[in-house]
Write a protein that binds this ligand. Sequence first.
Ligand code: FES
Length: 169
Amino acid sequence: MSQDTTTPPPGASRNAVEDAVAGAVAAHRDEAGALLPILHDVQTELGWLPPEATPLVAKALNLSRADVHGVVSFYADFRDRPPARRVLRICRAEACQSVGGRDLARAAEERLGIGFGETTDGVDLETVFCLGNCALGPSIELDGRLYGRVDAARLEQLLSADSDKAGAP
Ligand code: FES
């Protein structure tokens, strides 16, 4: 399977992708296991990992595109699409699952009308495995802010309040 690497991805110009990869490679090239920190840096810079980054990273590290793509697709933290205006991440690790996380996950899917890994109305619904807030689960992160002891009612409150605050896209 081949990828079109001639068209800049939405939200990131070709130069932005090249610059992000070049900076990340320069920072980590000589490290053992440089691939992960390079991918993290590129994502931090661009907000996601555009497909154009794959061949650039692969070439810099003398890896195959399949090697790089495999890592990007394996780790849930790597985004292969631009982030939505808002990002809801729900912890689905055991500590949160055991105190209502499953019900919360179902409530989020019903509220948004999508499954995990999908986007609707400018909101990404994502899984995360532990937010470091295990004692206060179920835990979520909404637009980069951590919340604990979240149930369906609290989730609705947070989505509505933040939606009002954020305004229209
Ligand atoms: S298990 Fe959910 S925050 Fe750690």
